[in-house]
Write a protein that binds this ligand. Structure first.
Ligand code: GRF
Length: 200
């Protein structure tokens, strides 16, 4: 399975995916890493592993659709089958999703549908929930609203800050994302309406 990773920042989830592949736990290949930020550490991580790293400048495209079409074209060039968003700070357009139907996934640092959007860990701490976690879901046109594939639960402690909770959640993200991608590689992820089933 050829994965294209879209990342805007430091890329620790990308790193976890690469390492799972190198350990033989994930039967896939990261065919390309693409970013909307030239300085994204994710691009550097890709290069260090001999993976094509592409920066596409949003400013050089007249609209979000135009940008997304350029991204999709680049992904197709590398024969990407599954697109994994990993800290990608843009909402993808319907035109993009149409090119990868049920093939775009994202990881979010909360138990959706709680705390969508930015600063999910801070939202969780401020709300006072006792458990949070992370969610891998299919991407649809909304913000963190797509069908849920898998979640991992993390306890929230009384003295947690957004940062300490983020760190605890991140460890689970690094386990959950490669695990879900492996399920996809094995063809075990089945979507029926809103629900996702994992075939045995
Ligand atoms: C992660 O917390 C992920 O859940 C969220 O953005 C963060 C990306 O971190 N979507 P990294 O760039 O993978 O280190």
């Amino acid at each position: 399975m050829k994965i294209g990773v879209l990342a805007s920042g430091r890329g620790t989830n990308l790193q976890a995916i690469i390492e799972a592949i190198e350990r033989g736990e994930l039967h896939a290949q990261v065919a390309v890493v693409l970013s909307d930020h030239q300085e994204a550490l994710a691009l550097e991580r890709a290069r260090q592993h001999g993976i094509p790293a592409v920066f596409l400048d949003p400013k050089r495209h007249p609209s979000r659709e135009a940008y997304d079409l350029a991204v999709a074209e680049e992904l197709k060039r590398y024969q990407v089958e599954v697109v994994a968003l990993a800290g990608y700070m843009r909402i993808v357009t319907p035109a993009f999703l149409a090119r990868f139907p049920l093939r775009v996934v994202n990881i979010h640092p909360a138990l959706l549908p709680s705390f969508p959007g930015v600063e999910a860990q801070r939202q969780a701490v401020e709300y006072g929930v006792k458990y949070s976690g992370c969610t891998v879901h299919f991407v649809d046109e909304g913000m963190d609203t797509g069908s849920i594939i898998a979640q991992a639960v993390v306890p929230v402690q009384d003295d947690d800050t957004a940062e300490s909770l983020a760190e605890r959640i991140l460890k689970e993200e690094h386990r959950l994302y490669p695990y879900v991608l492996e399920l996809m590689a094995q063809g075990r992820v089945e979507v029926r309406g809103r629900k996702v089933y994992i075939r045995r």
